[in-house]
Design a protein around this ligand. Structure first.
Ligand SMILES: Cc1cc2nc3c(=O)[nH]c(=O)nc-3n(C[C@H](O)[C@H](O)[C@H](O)COP(=O)(O)OP(=O)(O)OC[C@H]3O[C@@H](n4cnc5c(N)ncnc54)[C@H](O)[C@@H]3O)c2cc1C
Length: 434
């Protein structure tokens, strides 16, 4: 006899999407979340009237899963400018999508006209995007249409001959998005991200990024039990038993929707499988540290993300931005909010506040001495690695009565987390119907 049809462990985007899809199909679902709020890696702290996401991140409304399952209008999105400002050897260069941000047309033309060879090389690098057949799902066509096997983005950029400022800017931009600066991410994934950036303008919700998981959780009501960490999941005849702090819960199906590096411990059966396409989880992760500063004067009026586009960057940051320019709701009236993000890893110590402040000031072209550090978020497991060859869909079924989901099963993104939750729900619904 089961207590419920399904227990979902973890109330991040994947677990919430999974629970919603199952509830919509009429199943009894309980979601157990260890933390004191939903959201997992998408949480927002309130500090002195500022909204500080736990690690700078952006929501791209062009994600198919977001368009399908999120009420984007209700989030009150505040878009960044569709481009990037790169501090190059010869000063600041602004590059962007002039269709989405007409104000970037002239600066972009000025930046690329003196570099016809670099522009041609960048076009060669992005050519598979143009070859992707219209009408087919882009992700599938990028991985199948290319006659060459998937390689790392570094190899693809080298082969295409992309160098100079455009190369440094692309490298710096991707370092902040995929959280690596060694170029090891799959070229297919880099192109997929590029297509998403061209299709939509990344933005921040009015009430902070946590508004996204909160919206997904809303209709689940008290089916979500916060502060309930799961110690173990055990499959038994006819179902599974979930152990949580001395109590147990029986379910016909259990969905483990925790991050990849935690899933193995709960399910027992999963093994490490870096970059592969088997049933194991992908334990290799990448980290980031975001420092949030309050400023009395806006360091710049730009709505762009700033990167260091020099061959030898002068500091640790992968990007910085005056977040309150595009997203005024992130700061109290009359105040300004700066984010500065650097990579974090075992052989990469947390940069000093002085280094972060100096580099951010230099990239933004402002004096950072009066800025006040509000908080520093260190996120060692921000994203699963996404190396070549790109594995777009990894199995969710572990064994009878036990399924996993999370961004480690699909792409390392909001899109991937939502899609994996949906796939897990469909698998569970089919099992419940048998
Ligand atoms: C700093 C940062 C920047 C990012 N930038 C972007 C971006 O710009 N664009 C983008 O698309 N994506 C970005 N991402 C990635 C995106 O946020 C994640 O892919 C997504 O949120 C992952 O959701 P998830 O449900 O798979 O996992 P998680 O969010 O990790 O959810 C897992 C949940 O399981 C819970 N849990 C774990 N163990 C237990 C247990 N034993 N019992 C109960 N509960 C448990 C956790 O508390 C958590 O709530 C970023 C992530 C970070 C951290």
């Amino acid at each position: 006899m089961s207590d419920t049809d399904v227990v979902v462990v973890g109330a991040g985007l994947a677990g919430l999407r999974c629970a919603r899809a199952l509830v919509d199909r009429g199943h009894d679902v309980v979601v157990l979340e260890r933390d004191d709020a939903v959201g997992g890696r998408i949480r927002t702290d309130r500090v002195d009237g500022f909204a500080l996401d736990r690690g700078f991140q952006l929501l791209n409304p062009a994600y198919r899963a977001v368009r399908r399952w999120v009420d984007v209008d209700a989030l009150g999105l505040q878009p960044f400018a569709a481009g990037v400002a790169a501090r190059g050897e010869e000063g600041l260069v602004r590059l962007g999508n002039p269709l989405a941000a007409p104000s970037l047309l002239l600066p972009s033309v000025r930046a690329v006209v003196p570099r016809p060879r670099e522009v041609l090389a960048a076009a060669r690098w992005a050519a598979p995007l143009l070859r992707a057949r219209p009408g087919r799902r882009l992700a599938a066509s990028l991985t199948t249409a290319s006659r060459r096997p998937d390689v790392s983005r570094r190899e693809a950029l080298d082969r295409a001959g992309v160098d100079g400022l455009l190369r440094a800017t692309l490298d710096a931009f991707f370092a902040g998005v995929v959280l690596e600066d060694d170029g090891s991410t799959s070229q297919a994934y880099a192109l997929l991200l590029t297509a998403t950036f061209l299709a939509g303008t990344p933005a921040l919700p009015e009430r902070g990024m946590q508004a996204l998981p909160e919206q997904l959780a809303g209709p689940l009501g008290d089916r979500v039990r916060l502060g309930t960490g799961v110690d173990a999941v055990e499959t038994v005849a006819g179902g599974a038993v979930v152990h949580t702090g001395g109590t147990t819960l029986r379910a016909r199906q259990v969905v483990v929707a925790v991050a990849g590096q935690d899933a193995g411990a709960l399910t027992g059966a999963l093994t490490g499988d870096p970059g592969g396409s088997g049933a194991g989880v992908r334990p290799r992760t990448k980290g980031v540290v975001t420092s949030w500063f309050a400023a009395d004067e806006a360091p710049t009026d730009s709505h762009l993300l700033f990167v260091d586009g020099r061959s030898r960057p002068s500091g640790p940051l992968v990007n910085t931005a005056v977040v309150s320019n595009p997203a005024p709701s992130y700061a109290p009236a009359g105040q300004h909010l700066v984010q500065a993000s650097a990579l974090l890893g075992p052989d990469r110590p947390v940069p000093t506040e002085d280094d972060v402040r100096r580099h951010a000031g230099e990239l933004l072209g402002a004096d950072p001495r009066g800025w006040r550090l509000l908080r520093r978020h260190e996120v060692p497991h921000a994203l699963p690695a996404q190396p070549a060859p790109l594995s777009l869909r990894r199995p969710v079924r572990v064994r009878d009565h036990l399924v996993v989901c999370g961004d480690h099963r699909d792409t390392a993104s909001i899109q991937g987390a939502l899609v994996s939750g949906q796939r897990a729900a469909l698998d569970v619904a089919a099992a419940l119907a048998r």
